[in-house]
Design a protein around this ligand. Structure first.
Ligand code: AMP
Length: 398
């Protein structure tokens, strides 16, 4: 990937600053509801510790405290979980910059420290140079393993790289390796599954993948703008009026480029998005007063028949409102089907990853990205600032 990685740099006896993505979901009692992001960073943490650093200083954001100290967004529960997962002490710092933090780093007996939420300071998201410099001053070398925030130029992802040699962690390297292989030389047939709420969020991905994909399979709320563009009746389903023209253009472009775009041929519809709502299955047209909440059984069969031929599958966005069981079938059945294929299966982060975890299929996919927005931007072909800022691998003496 042309960037320095943690394996290229000397870590022994040094203070290593590692940016992780510990932005985990928590319940009302602040218990960690899903620790997959913490677990995903363990290989890098354990690798660094095996090289006997002087200190390993972990940093992350959690939630959206908007530049203020908000106790419910403290990283303390993460430190506790890390202790259990690593089987060693993790010191929770009072803050992420300042004299007290410096003192803790210099005087604490623990090797591993977790800095308090970076976003308690507005300067983090502002990418403010003095704040970046203060963070950099805590260590001798910087490693970024936070793919989930690599699409943001923040002080701890971009600014800090101006002051320290900066390497990719193992998770970041793995994410880049899988996603760039898909963009550069996917094994064919290459199929893309797109869903989720908003068509506007996925247009960039369609544009970028259209010349590379063999077939694009569409479901979720986003499919109704396409069905509307084809002249179908969509009732009260999700429609982004300002994207109808673009949807039409994409369908025409796909035809010219001989890329098949598959849209639902039947739909599970409802009168309201609630657990006790009326539910029925209809064909391509949805009557007024009803909205499409999931792809129907014929569509599931058709999509699986197509996916059977795939050697590479990239999936971003659930095919229905999977959070409600009555509308989860499309996402679940397609997930189960592709989990049994020999193909390379890459799952975009965010809600798609949550759905795969909900169905217990996380170990059956080739790669589940830890980044929602970052994964989308990567698939759109954009340069992610957190990756671009890392030290080029041609530069030695790290
Ligand atoms: P996204 O973050 O764009 O991938 O969207 C994920 C969300 O899309 C999930 O919360 C789903 O419940 C929602 N979604 C999936 N299918 C539909 C649909 N047919 N109508 C409305 N929302 C949907």
């Amino acid at each position: 990937m042309g960037k320095l990685t943690v394996k290229d740099v000397d870590l022994a006896g040094r203070k290593v600053l590692l940016r992780c993505d510990f932005n985990v979901p928590q319940d009302a009692n602040l218990n960690i509801a899903d620790d997959s992001r913490i677990r995903a960073s363990l290989p890098t943490i354990n690798y660094i510790l095996s090289k006997k650093p002087k200190k390993l200083i972990l940093m992350s954001h959690l939630g959206r405290p908007d530049g203020k100290v908000v106790s419910k967004y403290s990283l303390k529960p993460v430190a506790e979980r890390l202790k259990e997962l690593l089987g060693r002490e993790v010191r929770m710092s009072v803050d992420c910059i300042g004299e007290d933090v410096q003192r803790e780093i210099n005087e604490s007996r623990e090797t591993v420290l977790l800095l308090e939420n970076l976003r308690f300071h507005p300067e983090e998201e502002q990418n403010e140079p003095n704040f970046s410099k203060a963070l950099a001053g805590l260590g001798d070398i910087y490693v970024n393993d936070a793919f989930g925030t690599a699409h943001r130029a923040h002080a701890s992802t971009e600014g800090i790289t101006h002051y320290l040699s900066s390497a990719a962690g193992l998770l970041l390297e793995k994410e880049i390796a899988y996603l760039s292989k898909v963009l550069e030389k996917p094994q064919k047939p290459f199929m893309v599954i797109l869903g989720g709420a908003k068509v506007s969020d996925k247009l960039g991905v369609i544009e970028n993948l259209l010349p590379k994909a063999d077939e694009i399979i569409i479901g979720g709320g986003m499919c109704y703008t396409f069905l509307y563009a084809q002249g179908k009746r969509i009732g009260n389903s999700k429609l982004e009026k300002d994207r109808i023209a673009t949807a039409k253009e994409i369908l025409e472009k796909a035809k010219k480029q001989k890329v098949k775009i598959l849209l639902p041929i039947d739909n599970v519809i409802t009168d309201k998005i609630e657990v006790d709502a009326k539910v029925k299955t209809v064909g391509e047209n949805i009557p007024d007063g009803w909205l499409g909440a999931d792809i129907g059984p014929k569509t599931i069969r058709a999509y699986c028949a197509t996916l059977k031929k795939a050697k590479t599958i990239v999936w971003n966005g659930p095919l229905g409102i999977f959070e409600i069981d009555a509308f989860a079938s499309g996402t679940k059945k397609v997930a189960e089907f592709i989990s049994r294929l020999k193909a390379t299966t890459i799952i975009g982060g965010g809600d798609t990853a949550s759905a795969i975890i909900k169905f217990g299929l996380e170990d059956k996919m080739t790669h589940i990205s830890t980044g929602g927005g970052a994964c989308l931007e990567f698939l759109e072909g954009k340069v992610l600032p957190g990756i671009a800022a890392l030290t080029d691998s041609s530069i030695t003496n790290a």
